[in-house]
Design a protein around this ligand. Structure first.
Ligand SMILES: [Zn+2]
Ligand SMILES: [Zn+2]
Length: 376
């Protein structure tokens, strides 16, 4: 079938993006779902920093590619072998497909699915197929098995999580990346328990979702840090107890003064080494520092093993919020529906597909929280 999609042909185009138009809106061919695959009508797709990292080239992917990895939609058709979904079901996408058979999948860590990582690196669906072609019949790669900046997609069954139908698509889409990554990093990776103190460093959509997750998880003190004053204001509106400008010369001391010497948990989402250094410096003796940011692979972080040992520190990476998407997406949606995770407050812009380059310029400027392309 012919569908409309946003295609990236070239990384590293100059800004502003609303002038250079890195994403081309065009008609592309989508083939029918193969074995274990599903045709999904996309209703809402969020703009995430990980898409921006492909656009600016800091996280290179094979091109051309249809971007977009945070989305929700409606099942239209199931390929052979798909027996547990049916037409009309609502689904949220997981940007790591879960094969269900590899060692990480069978030991409860599907975020690390090995065939899933291979497929995502190659820009194929989990089973290795490519279902998108451009007007000259050349393959278009899939972004993280999703490629949601498109009216319809074909995805692996193992990239989909069925949800209840009571939640608007613009909200359910956010659970695919911002909420899963942000709340998951706090609850699953850092294992926040009630009464602990926490710093959230880097207040994009994921970091602000983490603020909500920390409040929902019972943190005694949530300290939100970002160099952007607008983001700090939003964090306070969401309920953060304190905000810090990490560019202040005494920012580390400010956190220590607020928390009797440092926080139990610090989680970094900025994807910058300075932010990780800040998070590590404000973590107290015996505490845990988590990073979910993805700086350029050539950037490195150094630490003193003497402090790591002498203070029994923990430093952990967090991918997909260490989540089990089929367990955690419905669980986090329940928290939203009972008022304990008001992620609707993260949605700042609803835009049309034709406005996507404008949206990415706004994201690059730090002028938006979560923006969602609506296909309604
Ligand atoms: Zn994302
Ligand atoms: Zn697996």
């Amino acid at each position: 079938m012919k569908i409309k999609a946003a295609v990236l042909y070239e990384m590293g185009k100059s800004r502003p993006y609303d002038e250079s138009n890195p994403l081309q809106i065009e008609a592309v061919d989508l083939s029918t779902p193969g074995y274990d695959e599903v045709l999904v009508k996309i209703h809402a797709a969020g703009l995430c920093h990980s898409d921006l990292s492909v656009i600016d080239g800091s996280r290179a992917r094979p091109l051309p590619m249809v971007l977009g990895h945070e989305a929700s939609g409606e099942v239209m058709e199931c390929g052979a072998g798909v027996n547990d979904l049916k037409q009309g079901d609502h689904v949220v996408f997981s940007f790591v497909p879960m094969c269900g058979h590899c060692i990480p999948c069978t030991t409860g860590r599907p975020a690390l699915c090995e065939p899933g990582a291979v497929a995502n690196t190659k820009g194929t669906l989990l089973e290795g197929g490519i279902r998108l072609k451009d007007h000259s019949h050349h393959d278009l790669r899939h972004h993280l098995g999703v490629s949601a900046f498109a009216e319809y997609v074909v995805a692996s069954r193992h990239s989909l999580v069925k949800i209840n139908t009571a939640i608007p698509y613009e909200i359910s889409a956010l659970f695919g990346c911002a909420v899963l990554t942000g709340v998951g990093a706090v609850i699953n990776t850092a294992r926040l328990t009630a009464g602990r103190t926490i710093v959230i460093a880097g207040l994009g959509g994921v970091g602000l979702a983490a603020v909500l997750g920390a409040l929902s998880g019972g943190a005694a003190s949530v300290i939100a840090a970002d160099i952007n004053p607008y983001k700090r204001t939003i964090a306070l509106q969401l309920g953060a107890h304190h905000v810090i400008d990490p560019a202040d010369s005494n920012a580390i001391q400010q956190v220590k003064d607020l928390t009797c010497g440092g926080v139990d948990i610090a989680v970094e989402f900025a994807g910058a080494i300075k932010a990780l250094e800040f998070a590590y410096a404000v973590t107290k003796r015996g505490g845990t520092t988590v990073t979910a940011g993805l700086p350029h692979p050539s950037h490195t972080f150094s630490l003193s093993p003497a402090i790591l040992v002498g203070e029994e520190r923990t430093l952990k990476g967090s991918y997909l919020g260490s989540c089990i998407p089929s367990r955690d997406i419905p669980a986090f949606i329940s928290l939203y529906q009972t008022g304990r995770l008001p992620v609707n407050k993260l949605l700042s812009h609803t835009i049309a597909l034709e406005q996507i380059n404008e949206g990415f310029e706004r994201l690059a400027n730090g002028d938006a929280l979560r923006q969602v392309v609506s296909f309604a």
